[in-house]
Design a protein around this ligand. Structure first.
Ligand SMILES: Cc1ncc(C[n+]2csc(CCOP(=O)(O)OP(=O)(O)O)c2C)c(N)n1
Length: 246
């Protein structure tokens, strides 16, 4: 299913949560342009606080929602993010999403060149992207920068950016990404890293296996058939209290 940020998080917010929590074999790609484009540029659930536009001339007083945080809260088994200007990584993410068994969620930061042009430019432009985005790779330390000289270190439970070689930090102090962790807390923390304080993470935050809704339902049907036989619709309709109308 392909959706925008408004349809997934406002009108469809309820369906979004419950599709993910049930682990239905459904893939959701959310094109997040941080604006309502179709209706000509009103602020959306992901628009930045204070954003000024026609529907909020003095700046929006709505706090935005982070789609990834919502996906983790709903216990999504696959959560990823990609950037529209990085087609190679975007196609890898779509392939990973398609291969996942169960409900999967991919957020795509998508520029709207008419109503919200340049929303992601400060961190995705060619000249700055290596310093301002970080690619998550399973089992690898969270390093970024042109020479991979910076990294994410956990100070207690809060993340901070450190530079290797400064203040005694080495690669051993850098958080190692684990997309397979059954406990989603670290992935949740990564999903909340925001520009400009932090590099913006791209890639797979979480990919865990859990039986799907369809598998569990099929299991219950076959258990029921083995204990009670295949059943008959005619018998079912005519069982219990029935009346003859004359
Ligand atoms: C299932 C469904 N069909 C039709 C609509 C009506 N509708 C509301 S917004 C929209 C277009 C959304 O476009 P998109 O590019 O996802 O978001 P935008 O940035 O333009 O707001 C449509 C067709 C709907 N919300 N849900």
């Amino acid at each position: 299913m392909i959706t925008g940020d408004g349809d997934a998080l406002s009108i469809g917010g309820n369906h979004f949560i419950h599709a993910l929590r049930r682990n239905i074999d459904l893939k959701i790609i959310l094109f997040n342009n941080r604006i309502y484009g179709l209706t000509k540029g009103q602020y959306s659930p992901t628009s930045e606080f204070g954003k000024k536009n026609k529907s909020a001339p003095m700046g929006t007083i709505d706090y935005p929602i982070n789609p990834l945080s919502l996906a983790f809260a709903a216990e999504a088994t696959f959560v990823a993010r990609a950037m529209d200007t990085e087609p190679k990584n975007l196609s890898t993410m779509i392939e990973r999403l398609a291969a996942h068994k169960g409900s999967g969620f991919l957020e795509v930061y998508q520029n709207c060149n008419i109503f919200n042009d340049g929303a992601f430019k400060p961190f995705s432009e060619r000249e700055v992207k290596e310093d301002k985005m970080i690619l998550l790779e399973h089992g690898k330390p969270l390093l970024f920068g042109k020479n991979k000289e910076k990294g994410i270190h956990n100070k207690g439970v809060l993340p901070e950016v450190v530079t290797l070689g400064e203040k005694g930090y080495t690669v051993d102090d850098i958080l190692v990404h684990d997309e397979k962790s059954l406990e989603p807390t670290l992935s949740y923390i990564l999903g909340r890293l925001q520009y400009p304080e932090f590099p913006v993470p791209m890639g797979v935050f979480r990919a865990v296996e859990r039986p799907t809704y369809e598998e569990l339902l099929a299991g219950q049907i076959s258990t029921s058939i083995s204990s009670q036989g295949t059943g008959s619709l005619d018998n079912l309709i005519n069982s219990g209290e029935t009346w003859e109308i004359h």
